[in-house]
Design a protein. Structure first.
Length: 284
């Protein structure tokens, strides 16, 4: 590094689901997590889902219903266009929330964030990340707020990534930006040994391997999408699942061979014992 240059801050990708950005109170909690990341010396990149669940004005299922009320044979290209709108609305609202709190921020669509996909409408696969515009924002001290669940093809067609697509967006950006960690904020404290609604004694796992959590997801656990875990594993980027309304460190998801050096903070290595026959119980 040349004399006078400033060491770049490590990137931390933080993904917030629809319930985490649905109300002013929840968005204030998100702002607190972003501010904390900045105070810890990280350069946060935020990924958001559409606000609220089915029935909420801008939820994905609500937008889909607007089209289905008119026709049942809407082209997949048109469906992806309207379904991408929910996350864009969330990105703008969250960026303005951060700006109102004194944190410079700017919204980005998936295309503007450089998320290039194939042309499979409704369940597109991420081909690569071209994050130049995100790097420019970070260099200017601006927090990018990226609309999850979407990308763009080589020819400029808007695509969506399927269910769990915002998790996939966060993982792909984590790899593309060489993030120290991707944090997936949910309404639970992390990956648990069982569904807490069915088993009140379920415990939060401190650490778990990529492969273990992918198996759990494929067998019915809904904490994180398996495609997101696959991308993070391929890029060797740690994932952390944690709750928006808590300071609990949540569950760290990494390669089983790596060794932890600090608990409760973004890390690059963690030790996971492989002598446990059963890690968790799921149901389909």
């Amino acid at each position: 590094m040349e004399k006078g240059q400033v060491e770049p801050r490590p990137v931390l990708v933080q993904k917030f689901g629809g319930t985490s950005v649905a109300t002013a109170e929840k968005r204030a909690q998100v702002t607190g997590h972003v501010r904390q990341a900045l105070q810890q010396g990280f350069a946060p990149v935020i990924v958001v889902s559409a606000m609220g669940r089915a029935g909420a004005p801008y939820a994905t299922d609500t937008l889909l219903g607007l089209v289905k009320d008119i026709a049942q044979d809407t082209p997949a290209r048109s469906l992806d266009l309207i379904l991408s709108c929910g996350e864009i609305i969330s990105a703008v609202i969250m960026a303005e929330t951060l700006r109102a709190a004194g944190i410079p921020a700017a919204p980005f669509t998936g295309a503007q964030a450089g998320i290039i996909t194939n042309g499979q409408f409704g369940s597109a696969r991420v081909l690569r990340i071209q994050p130049e515009r995100l790097w420019q924002a970070l260099d200017q001290g601006i927090v990018p707020v990226v609309a999850g669940f979407q990308g763009v093809t080589e020819t400029g067609e808007v695509t969506t990534l399927g269910r769990g697509g915002s998790d996939t967006t966060a993982a792909a950006l984590g790899v593309g930006l060489r993030a120290v960690e991707v944090q997936i904020f949910t309404d639970v404290n992390g990956v648990m040994t069982a569904d807490p609604r069915l088993e009140p004694n379920a415990r939060t796992l401190q650490t778990i391997s990529y492969r273990e959590v992918m198996e759990m997801a494929q067998l019915g656990a809904k904490v994180i999408h398996p495609r997101a875990v696959e991308i993070a594993m391929e890029g060797r980027v740690p994932l952390r699942v944690l709750a928006t309304g808590s300071n609990n460190p949540g569950t760290l998801i990494v390669d089983a061979r790596e060794i932890s050096h600090r608990a409760g903070e973004p890390v690059t290595h963690v030790e996971i014992r492989s002598d446990r026959v059963v890690r968790a119980v799921t149901q389909m």
